[in-house]
Design a protein around this ligand. Structure first.
Ligand SMILES: Nc1ncnc2c1ncn2[C@@H]1O[C@H](COP(=O)(O)OP(=O)(O)OP(=O)(O)O)[C@@H](O)[C@H]1O
Ligand SMILES: [Mg+2]
Length: 307
């Protein structure tokens, strides 16, 4: 059994909007992330994927629940030194690399920021050498160090975002839709780069995406979110071949395949949350159907699943 890197337990993130309204962006979700794996999180816009990532990495305090990283409670009070050490372990890559790269800073300084904060280089020479090395690691070159973010293409900018994340030698990276803003032709290149880096460095990824197509290619396991809830999680293959939650089934039915026969007969399923017809006394909770495959369901639904 693989070792757990993160345990997310009953995590909640509620936002107050207006005087009385509350958005339950993340509503009591529980899952683990194993060392060295890629866990994909999918679900439609607004279902709480980014908020989950941001709460895990502590950009937000949690409304409830726990995030345990290698045995340490992420949200517990920490000294400055502990916090700094902790921040180094987790990094985030964003959807829009342009918005997350300071346009007035040279690439050299953007990438070196983490090196400076964490005191990872002794002098300017070492700092520059380290940035050059990072640029080469992500498929760019040392001449790029003296340029500004606007002088790069979308795919190159995402490589800069990756280099910046790698600078502090993190263990865990949350990639929040890192390829959604890129041309399809560039998407695979960036995904392949992330995969190579993972193999070389033993990185653990939480990979957030809208749709299931690219996620399948990169993920070992996949979790599906709907309205702040995790509705299904399991090995990528299982989720594709034997999805059990009707929402996962509807997401899958939306993926087009380059096969005319399949396309002619493809039936798009829609998901209606009221179709469960839950009774008030039924407990709806994550139940393990086959080892590692969990579905949010009632006992009645659980009993009806093929085992
Ligand atoms: N800072 C905030 N304050 C108030 N509401 C927020 C905040 N951040 C997110 N929300 C709300 O929480 C819900 C989840 O948002 P989130 O950004 O996590 O969704 P998402 O799954 O990442 O969507 P997308 O695919 O569009 O990026 C949405 O209803 C959103 O409007
Ligand atoms: Mg998002």
């Amino acid at each position: 059994m693989a070792e757990k890197l993160l345990e997310i337990k009953n995590l909640k993130q509620y936002f107050n909007v207006g005087k009385k309204n509350e958005v339950r962006a993340v509503d009591d979700i529980t899952f683990d992330i194993y060392k060295g794996e890629t866990l994909g999180i999918v679900g439609e816009s607004g279902c709480g994927k980014s908020t989950t990532g941001r709460t895990i990495i502590r950009l937000y305090d949690a409304t409830g629940g726990e995030v345990i990283y290698d045995g340490i409670d992420v949200h517990a009070k920490k000294t400055k030194t502990e916090l700094k050490a902790f921040n180094r372990k987790m990094q985030m890559i964003f959807q829009d690399p342009y918005a997350s790269l300071n346009p007035r800073m040279k690439v050299l300084d953007i990438i070196a920021e983490g090196l400076d904060i964490h005191g990872l280089v002794k002098n300017t020479k070492e700092r520059t050498a380290r940035v050059h090395e990072l640029l080469e690691t992500v498929g760019l070159n040392r001449e790029h160090a003296n340029r500004y973010p606007h002088e790069f293409s979308g795919g190159q900018r995402q490589r800069l975002g990756i280099a910046r994340a790698l600078a502090v030698e993190p263990e865990f990276i949350i990639a929040d839709e890192p390829i959604s803003a890129l041309d399809v032709s560039i998407q695979a290149q960036v995904v392949n780069l992330l995969k190579e880096l993972q193999e070389e460095r033993g990185l653990t990824y939480l990979f957030i995406a809208h749709d299931l197509s690219m996620v399948k290619y990169i993920s070992d396991r996949i979790g599906v979110m709907h309205f702040g809830k995790l509705v299904e999680i399991g090995p990528a293959e299982t989720l594709y071949t034997a999805p059990l939650h009707p929402y996962t089934q509807s997401l899958l039915s939306a993926i087009p395949l380059p096969d005319p026969d399949y396309e002619r007969n493809r039936v798009r399923k829609s998901y209606n949350p009221t179709s469960h017809n839950y009774r008030e006394d039924e407990e709806v909770t994550m139940r393990e159907v086959t080892p590692g495959h969990f579905v949010l369901c009632s006992q009645r639904e659980f009993d009806s699943f093929p085992k």
